[in-house]
Design a protein around this ligand. Structure first.
Ligand code: SAH
Length: 285
């Protein structure tokens, strides 16, 4: 029985995965409960699943048992297949008349190169569908009890990659403007350049005591959260031996975690009622 079975699938009008199509699907940050119904339905119908390093194994257990599972990420220190090769492979598999599910961590269009792969499909005349997923920079932070926006704190958020294709800190970003204009900054792939990034933000006026959180393996059973500040981050990360993959957030929304750490509460953490100190301000006024 497919995971989204008969009646539910037809009531939801979930689409049929036709042979020769490629579906670019977001798997979410890890917890299979965060798969969309479309993603689950796609997994049940696919002939082949081409998946990335950040897709959790449990998610793959929802694939059709007859589906071939093919890994397209970095393994055992070997370099990852080139993007061009992956795109060519998708075109080739679809050309063979297979239902090709390209499964990516989080959302395929958020620092996931989904756009590039879709463009290659367009060039080759392969029909495709995009199935968005829960991105780490929103849902992953939600699992740490950190909202990316909160009315009393920020009216904007900036998503930044800490890594360029060549591995360097992104220099074509306008860091001074980000530092000045974005009350909350969410960093993907930034752990290896953490020092350079925190330095450039502080050099451009961010408070060294500004709160910051790093979430490793967000939404998975071994999720770890490190709360720190811009100035202390590098030392705290080294002391905790904190490793990738991690999603990083800088800004006052991190203070809300004292109240909103719902996973911590399940393990007995006592949640505070006024993390931003609003009541005192209002009482004084
Ligand atoms: N398309 C993905 C992002 C791919 S870039 C998405 O939408 O989430 C890879 C980066 O995403 C990692 O370096 C890390 O910063 C972040 N990331 C993805 N999944 C994560 C997880 N479960 N926990 C923490 N960070 C994660």
């Amino acid at each position: 029985m497919p995971p989204v079975a008969g009646a539910a699938a037809s009531r939801l009008a979930l689409p049929t995965f036709e042979p020769g199509w490629v579906w670019l699907v977001g798997a979410g940050p890890g917890d299979p409960g965060l798969l969309t119904l479309h993603a689950l339905h796609a997994l049940a119908q696919a002939d082949i699943v081409v998946y990335d390093a950040l897709v959790d194994e449990t998610v793959l257990t929802f694939a059709n048992p007859r589906a071939r599972l093919e890994y397209a990420g970095k393994r055992g220190g070997k370099p990852s297949p080139r993007q061009r090769d992956i795109s060519a492979k998708l075109v080739e598999l679809a050309g063979q008349g297979l239902r090709v599910l390209r499964l990516k961590g989080g959302d395929p269009f958020v620092f996931g190169r989904g756009g590039e792969e879709a463009l290659a499909l367009v060039d080759a005349g392969i029909p495709f569908r995009i199935i968005p997923g829960v991105t780490a920079g929103i849902g992953g932070l939600g699992y740490a009890g950190i909202p990316v926006t909160h009315r009393d704190v920020n009216h904007a958020v900036t998503f930044v990659t800490g890594h360029m294709a060549g591995g360097a800190v992104p220099e074509n970003l306008d860091w001074p403007s980000i530092a000045k204009g974005s009350p909350v900054i969410v960093l993907y792939m930034a752990l290896s350049h953490l020092g350079a990034i925190t330095d450039i933000l502080m050099a451009n006026g961010r408070d060294p005591n500004e709160p910051m959180a790093l979430v490793r393996n967000a939404s998975l059973k071994d999720q770890q959260v490190l709360e720190t500040t811009l100035a202390r981050a590098v030392a705290d990360v080294a002391a905790a031996d904190f490793k990738a993959p991690a999603i990083i957030v800088i800004g006052d929304v991190v203070r809300l975690r004292a109240s909103l750490d719902w996973l911590g509460a399940l393990e007995g953490r006592i949640l505070q009622s006024d993390p931003l100190g609003n009541r005192a301000v209002k009482d004084a006024g």
